[in-house]
Design a protein around this ligand. Structure first.
Ligand SMILES: Cc1ncc(COP(=O)(O)O)c(C=O)c1O
Length: 453
């Protein structure tokens, strides 16, 4: 009898009888010929080793932590009571706590309870309202049905779907991204099959925009190349072109037939106004030309983990837009089949209800204003300490991040001595700061600047 299986009595059920037959079968096979036994031993020996040291994945090398998310991993391991995480771009309250917007709580009650699959392109209402949010309620492109919008997995997923579509259907496979840019851009576009090049963006000397360099680089890009543009609140620099500069960029790009791909991860977060933060995108749509836009609701609605976003492609005609959408479905279906319903129905509920929408804009403005006030407080604290250098870029830059200009040795020093966590390029998330933690950060920056070259 097999040692692990129970013995069966006379009144056994049909399940018991099947089990009993299985036991007999197993007992029979274990008492077979010695050739079989030795084969079984070989099998069991290799089976055992496959689950121990000689893993079939034994050659896999440990990958480095993600440059941004790895900061949180290190922060979580630090037992210090004064530790401060300024690495990840997530909004925190004055008490350092994550914020769930009040409007989300209302929307949760009112949003759909349906848990059926969504269509491949996502929730229709969500798509329509997302296009309206970024392009404007009076956008001629929407009125003329020249826009196709598909719900995607937050900003990252929207960029990836757009990139996969371009790699398959666009005649130019080169995308120009700003130098520097959000760390994930290179990987997203490369893995989608595009070839990535950079254009000048940031000037370390002025800690502002290298506008001349930008114009020269885009001016020498091959005709038709794709250009990734941060719609507002450029990450990591917090440096945006002025409206006049945007207009010059638009004229240059249109004259060379460069295709704009907007990444809009911070609409409303930069200035506190949803319309002002979409100006750059709307300028490009107003000229009747084509473009792509990836939207994220992670930051502006605090829906980080719900992964809600949208990809819109503005086309010349409704007919082209329809065909483009049919191909986007072919990109999405084998990737994740269709997007999740929960977050999108919350967003759609807020966007279509006037009261909830207004409540959202008030909360959004409060988040943007708190970040702006953190900039002023940090700037004042450094001035009060007489910290060497010009720190005016802290108040001039916009959005979630300040590109401090601190070098990687100074960052390492701040982490080691002050338990302050930030990315090695010196980027700090202003949204992770509070009035209480500003003095600690100012002390750390002061010490880093005066003691580490
Ligand atoms: C510039 C930029 N694009 C896209 C994203 C994508 O964010 P998510 O996928 O969480 O919406 C981020 C997030 O930090 C970002 O900073």
């Amino acid at each position: 009898m097999h040692p692990q299986l129970p013995s069966l009595g006379a009144n056994s059920s049909s399940t018991d009888r099947r089990l009993s037959a299985l036991i007999r079968h197993l007992e029979g096979s274990s008492s077979s010929s010695s050739a079989m036994e030795s084969q079984n031993q070989t099998i069991s020996a290799s089976a055992t080793s496959a689950f121990s040291d000689n893993s079939v994945f034994g050659h896999v090398v440990r990958a480095p932590e993600d440059a941004i998310l790895g900061v949180t991993v290190a922060y979580n391991k630090d037992p210090s009571p004064v530790k401060l995480n300024l690495g990840v771009g997530a909004y925190r309250t004055e008490e350092g706590k994550p914020l769930v917007l009040t409007v989300l709580q209302f929307a949760l009650i009112c949003s759909s309870r349906v848990k059926e699959y969504l269509p491949i392109v996502g929730l229709a209402d969500f798509n329509k309202l997302s296009a309206k949010l970024i392009f404007g309620a009076d956008s001629p492109a929407i009125r003329e049905n020249r826009v196709t919008t598909v719900q995607c997995l937050s900003g990252t997923g929207s960029l990836r779907v757009g990139a996969e579509f371009l790699a398959k259907h666009y005649h130019q496979r080169t995308i120009y991204i700003p130098q520097p840019t959000w760390g994930n851009h290179v990987k997203i576009f490369t893995l989608a099959g595009l070839s990535v090049k950079t254009y000048s963006y940031y000037d370390p000397a002025t800690r502002g925009l290298n506008f001349q360099g930008l114009l020269e680089d885009l001016g020498s890009a091959p005709s038709g190349a794709i250009v990734l543009l941060h719609a507002c609140a450029h990450n990591p620099t917090g440096v945006d072109p002025t409206l006049q500069q945007w207009e010059q960029i638009r004229q240059l790009m249109r004259s060379k037939g460069l295709l704009p791909f907007f990444d809009s991860a911070y609409q409303g977060f930069a200035s506190g106004s949803l319309d002002a933060d979409a100006q750059s995108v709307r300028m490009f749509v107003a000229d009747g030309g084509e473009c792509l836009a990836a939207q994220s609701y992670a930051k502006n609605m605090g829906l980080y983990g719900e992964r809600v976003g949208a990809l819109s492609i503005v086309c010349k005609t409704a007919d082209v837009a329809g065909r483009v959408e049919s191909q986007l479905k072919l990109v999405i279906r084998p990737m994740y089949s269709n997007p999740p319903i929960h977050g999108a129905s919350i967003v759609a509920t807020i966007l279509k209800d006037r009261n909830m929408f207004n409540e959202w804009t008030i909360e959004l403005k409060a988040m943007a204003d708190r970040i702006i006030s953190m900039r002023q407080q940090l700037f004042d604290a450094l001035c009060a300490r007489g910290t060497p250098g010009d720190w005016s870029h802290i108040v001039k830059q916009i959005g979630m991040f300040t590109f401090t200009g601190l070098n990687s040795q100074q960052v390492t020093f701040m982490t080691k001595e002050y338990h302050i966590y930030l990315t090695s390029d010196g980027r700090i998330s202003m949204a992770g700061l509070s009035s209480k933690t500003v003095p600690h950060l100012a002390d750390a920056i002061h010490a880093a600047v005066t003691r580490v070259a």
